[in-house]
Design a binder for this molecule. Structure first.
Ligand SMILES: *Cc1c(COP(=O)(O)O)cnc(C)c1O
Length: 405
């Protein structure tokens, strides 16, 4: 049997070095549990970065994929397919949007949203209305357009020239909106909870103020729910808890349980700006991806599942609060549902990764959101016993980190 170190050595020789994989090589997953190549069994509180919302290899989705795999895999968008029609009907019915566009990733969903907003403004207001407003610390993807829309400068550095007419504001600062959004704004893009940037939830007041400013200046409001959507926060989409409906919604990550798919949803009038030939994707909405997403959405929309998110969220928050106080570790615990971030106190700033590495030694998988924040985005099906076990392992990992530092 090959060891993890051995395999990672092979990986590092042939892969472009844009990732730095941790010292673990998973080969099998079931629910919240992962088995690695050396036979260790780990509890996964990362959900593959908020992707395996139903856990690893959820039986309903595995079944749907196998069934579709025996029928047809791909037809291109010169043809419609049954799984696509069924998914689009289910999705629009569940969310209250009229129309949907499918891509293969979060970036592609956001790219479609930004392009649609520009095209809609062009069609209805002329080409001068082209500014896109976003917020510092936000994350919207890694294509050139979406990484420029994101509010993290380090991700854009060295990739210029960047698409122009992008304006950045401060999140949750209502009094600054007036100077930010004006007649030239074609769209405002925001995450209801900034996830990647450190887990910062928008206040309902802020979201409502952004909505009002958009309406005043005839700008479209885009909510990027690639991470916060698909049940993650205890409602199907986080916007339901803010009392604000966007004009365009993006979803991906957990949408296909790990099978790549992204989606952009919108109202009928806005959708009309994407006529045949204006935008497209070879794989987008492919029958396999749509079968996986339909089976996933059917499970995520169940009241029992969303109720479990709320219960586990309370349990996780309580457990983290206790550990934070006992070890004087956390400055703040933030988030909604099962998207929780713990900002480390001053002595531990910049050291989030040390906790992740210690957790692996204690057979627990956790994430960071930047260098100062520990992030928890487990399966939405996590049980009470599993989470209790996770918190026990987390305490052991904290103790190990504190002795090592
Ligand atoms: C992950 C993420 C993206 C990018 O998704 P990819 O599938 O990696 O392209 C975009 N927006 C948000 C909010 C995300 O969390």
């Amino acid at each position: 049997m090959e060891t993890t170190l051995n395999l990672l050595d092979r990986y590092r020789k042939v892969m472009v070095p844009n990732y730095a994989p941790l010292n673990l090589l998973p080969i099998k997953g079931e629910g919240s549990w992962v088995t690695d190549v050396e036979g260790r069994r780990l509890l996964d509180l990362t959900g593959g970065i908020a992707v395996t919302g139903l856990g690893h290899c959820p039986p309903e989705v595995t079944e749907a994929l196998k069934e579709q795999a025996d029928k047809i895999w791909h037809v291109s968008n010169y043809f419609a397919s049954l799984p696509q029609i069924e998914l689009a009907e289910l999705f629009t019915g569940l969310t209250g949007f009229d129309r949907v566009f499918f891509g293969n990733s979060g970036s592609e969903a956001v790219e479609a949203a930004l392009k649609l907003a520009r095209r809609y403004a062009f069609d209805h207001h002329g080409e001068k209305k082209n500014q896109i407003v976003s917020f510092h610390k936000s994350f919207h993807g890694r294509s050139l357009f979406t990484v420029t829309a994101g509010g993290q400068e380090s991700y854009r550095k060295g990739f210029g020239p960047l698409p122009p007419q992008m304006i950045y504001g401060n999140f949750n600062q209502i009094d600054e909106l007036e100077g930010l959004i004006n007649e030239e704004t074609c769209a405002v893009i925001m995450e209801p909870i900034m996830a990647e940037g450190g887990v910062y939830p928008a206040t309902a007041e802020f979201a409502q103020a952004v909505r009002e400013a958009c309406d005043k200046h005839q700008a479209l409001l885009i909510f990027d729910e690639v991470q916060s959507g698909a049940g993650r926060t205890g409602t199907l989409y986080a916007f339901e808890q803010l009392g604000v409906r966007p004009d365009i919604l993006t979803s991906a990550k957990a949408l296909g349980s790990g099978f790549p798919i992204g989606a952009m949803l919108t109202r009928d009038r806005v959708a009309q700006s994407f006529q045949p030939g204006t935008h497209g994707s070879t794989f987008g909405g492919n029958p396999l991806a749509c079968a996986a997403a339909k089976a996933t959405l059917e499970q995520i929309a169940k009241p029992e599942l969303l109720a479990n998110v709320k219960l586990r969220s309370e349990q996780l928050n309580k457990g983290l609060q206790r550990l934070g106080e006992k070890y004087q570790l956390f400055e703040e615990i933030r988030g909604l549902g099962l998207l929780i971030g713990c900002e480390l106190k001053a002595p531990y700033k910049g050291k989030a990764k040390a906790f992740v590495e210690a957790a692996l030694e204690k057979e627990l998988m956790i994430l960071v959101a930047g260098a100062d924040v520990l992030r928890f985005v487990p399966s939405l099906r996590l049980s009470e016993e599993e989470l209790a076990e996770g918190l026990k392992r987390l305490e052991a990992a904290i103790q190990l980190t504190l002795t090592n530092l």
